[in-house]
Design a protein around this ligand. Structure first.
Ligand code: SDX
Length: 378
């Protein structure tokens, strides 16, 4: 057995052999099942991309139609889950609401028939179908309103935006949103995917696996960064304040949200596409000052930190796009989760095929043979 030196954060340590996606951090390349992300963003859509990630091949027209129908059919959630969500505090973060409701799905569906391909397919369809409904339901309920039912006449992106806003979205906005979902769907063994794999390796149910992954994605160093980016742009407030802000952050060793990446040492290819989408949106509906602050921020960071391989990542421009679509800032990470369910499910399925429970070791640095000291003598 090959023994590796301890690496903080398991940096550079392979945790799986996977055929789902590939990242070349030096050249800024991302492929899903061997297809470049630029191709999929241009020609595909999220549900077709989810099929590709999970089953390994692009679906035939009949396979895609059947998959879309199955997802449409399973979008509704049990009324008991809606009733449970009505007890959540309005002030609660939507990621906590999503983690709780994702875990609650497990209460309704037979557990752990993991050797049954039909059970696997049902779990895949249910999670892809119901996660958006639960995100949208909490949004309406925390405003004191009843959630709206999914609309079977709308496709995946249009239906989510409809459930969120109670209005049919502008077709261009829905297309932009769908591309964002594709861009966020999968990214090799990132923290939340690794969390999903570790949970999956104990052969628990897929709903518990998703709940683990949602909880991991929520952190500001991972999926939560997109929400922090908007707060940072608001704090900077003007293009003139960018340089002083960056210089102060670097001096205080403060991480700048939306920049840096464990793997990419050039601009994240997803950030390139998201910036183009942001520009198209702004051309359509007008630029706001945050876009110009973001451009200046990226320029100054490249000047100051580019030599360390610190460039914009996927979270830097995504928030600007979502904000322009009228999505509340604290829903940015739940939307990241809606997309990443596809990647988490792909790795869950791949893991089950070759499963061995994750149980790493440690370098023990503590003491030995200490004596117990009675409380009266401490
Ligand atoms: C995602 O893994 C994935 O694939 C994730 C993701 C996905 O699709 O799943 O791509 C999605 O999570 C994107 C990342 C979103 N997070 C952020 O934007 C938060 C800000 N970024 C950093 O926290 C950081 O860059 C990480 C967490 C993303 C990566 O951190 P690493 O690889 O552990 O790097 P590090 O913290 O060890 O930093 C190395 C050096 C340090 O400087 P030195 O101490 O060596 O002098 O780079 C510096 C860091 O201070 N650095 C930064 C920085 N990121 C790293 N300095 C300022 N701002 C930053 N953002």
């Amino acid at each position: 057995m090959k023994v590796c030196e301890y690496q903080p954060g398991l940096e550079g340590i392979p945790a799986a052999r996977s055929a789902i996606s590939y990242v070349n951090g030096a050249e800024g390349i991302l492929e899903y099942r061997g297809i470049r992300i630029e191709e999929l963003a241009t020609h595909s859509n999220f549900l077709e991309t989810a099929y590709l990630l999970i089953w390994g091949q692009l679906p035939s027209p009949a396979e895609l139609e059947s998959f879309q129908q199955e997802v449409r059919y399973h979008r509704r959630i049990k009324y008991r889950i809606r009733d449970m969500m009505k007890c959540f505090p309005e002030s609660g973060h939507p990621m906590d609401a999503l983690q709780a409701s994702a875990a609650a799905l497990g209460l309704f569906y037979s557990r752990r028939a993991l050797d049954n391909p039909e059970y696997i397919r049902e779990a895949v369809v249910r999670l892809l179908a119901k996660i958006p409904t639960m995100v949208a339901a909490f949004q309406l309920m925390r405003k004191g309103n009843d959630p709206v039912q999914p609309r079977d006449d709308l496709d995946y992106a249009n239906n989510f935006l409809y459930m969120l806003t109670e209005r049919e979205p502008d077709p261009f906005a829905a297309r932009v949103f769908d591309v964002c979902l594709t861009l966020h769907a999968e990214h090799t063994i990132n923290a939340s995917t690794f969390s999903a794999m570790v949970t999956a390796s104990t052969l628990t149910d897929p709903y518990a696996v998703m709940a683990s992954a949602v909880g991991t994605l929520a952190g500001p160093l991972h999926g939560g960064a997109n929400e922090e980016v908007i707060a940072m742009l608001e704090e900077i407030g003007s293009v003139e304040n960018v340089r002083p802000y960056v210089e102060s952050a670097i001096e205080n060793k403060q991480k700048i949200m939306g920049f840096g990446h464990r793997v990419y040492k050039v601009k994240d290819p997803r950030a390139v596409i998201l910036q183009e989408l942001a520009e198209k949106l702004f051309e359509n509906v007008g630029y706001d000052q945050y876009y110009f602050i973001a451009l200046e921020l990226e320029r100054v960071i490249e000047e100051k930190l580019g030599h360390k391989g610190i460039y914009a990542n996927v979270d830097f421009y995504s928030g600007l796009v979502y904000r322009h679509l009228g999505i509340p800032t604290d829903l940015f990470t739940p939307i990241f989760a809606i997309a990443r369910v596809a990647g988490w499910l792909a790795h869950w399925k791949e893991q089950l095929a070759v499963n061995r429970i994750f149980r790493p070791t440690q370098d023990y640095v503590g003491e030995h043979n200490r004596s117990y000291v009675p409380i009266e003598k401490r």
